[in-house]
Design a protein around this ligand. Structure first.
Ligand SMILES: C[S@@+](CC[C@H](N)C(=O)[O-])C[C@H]1O[C@@H](n2cnc3c(N)ncnc32)[C@H](O)[C@@H]1O
Length: 253
């Protein structure tokens, strides 16, 4: 992980779990989207790559045991520190690329479920990394990637939306990488409606809550905040958070 990104997540770790106070029902909703698609069952070997603080993963813990802990991989030490202390969780500080290269030891060679939520946009070589991770999926296993699509409806300034779109991988490209790893894929979309206090949203943007915002200089961000203020004048901002779910399945042996 490059230094800028490491610092971004280190700073964000201080407020990461508070980000969701604007959407209290969201973590349960998202955890259910993940659980359903992966068909998570007790005793499965599960890996969460780019786990962050474990906000969603902690809701999968009832399906884990100390013998089959959820393998929780992330390069950010600051975020990993916020993971729940639980014997059903096995934390590994590494990038997805290091896992694929075999530079880190995981407790299992293959997995029944692999989930990556909102982290694939950080992978340096998407095709190699995703097909390499897919190779670790056991027969009958499921691999779920949750991402924001390149076009989002967030009330951001135009330069941020454009940069986000240019950096976010295309869902078809993600699916093709999983297929290279021998998986059968399906793509689906689901929206979560949001209503956020305008001042709170402006604070989140000025705190650079999305990694794309960490690329803007202080001056460009101040200009962007002005643009948002002029464009969105109501006290509450209503928009949809739209997610794409790319599911890969390896046929049972
Ligand atoms: C937007 S956060 C998502 C965290 C968590 N999955 C969630 O949804 O709350 C992106 C995560 O990807 C991690 N990350 C960045 N580069 C990565 C890489 N090359 N391999 C794996 N994870 C990475 C970051 O440290 C961060 O925890």
């Amino acid at each position: 992980m490059d230094k800028r990104l490491e610092l971004h997540y280190e700073k964000l770790s201080e407020i990461y779990n508070d980000l969701w106070e604007t959407r209290p029902d969201y973590p349960d909703w998202m955890a259910e989207q993940i659980r359903e698609r992966l068909r998570v069952a007790s005793g499965q070997r599960i890996a969460d790559i780019g786990v962050g603080t474990g906000l969603f993963l902690s809701r999968l813990l009832p399906y884990a045991t100390p013998q089959t802990p959820v393998v929780s991989v992330d390069p950010s030490a600051a975020l990993l520190e916020l993971l729940p202390q639980d014997p059903r969780l096995h934390a590994v500080q590494a990038t997805a690329e290091e896992v694929v290269a075999g530079d880190v030891l995981l407790p299992f060679d293959t997995f029944d479920s692999i989930v990556i939520k909102e982290a694939v946009h950080h992978f340096t070589d998407l095709e190699k990394t995703l097909s390499g991770l897919a190779a670790r999926l056991a027969p009958g296993g499921r691999f779920l990637i949750v991402a924001l699509p390149p076009q989002i409806d967030y009330p951001l300034f135009k330069a941020a939306l454009d940069r986000f779109a240019s950096e976010q991988p295309d869902p078809e490209q993600i699916a093709a990488s999983l297929e290279l790893g021998g998986l059968k894929t399906t793509i689906s979309y689901k929206e979560f409606p949001l209503s956020v206090d305008r001042d709170k949203w402006l604070r989140l943007v000025s705190d650079r809550w999305m990694s794309v915002l960490s690329n803007f200089s202080d001056g460009d961000l101040a200009q962007g905040l002005k643009e948002i203020e002029q464009h969105y004048t109501l006290p509450r901002l209503e928009f949809n958070d739209r997610f794409v779910f790319i599911l890969g399945e390896r046929p049972a042996a």
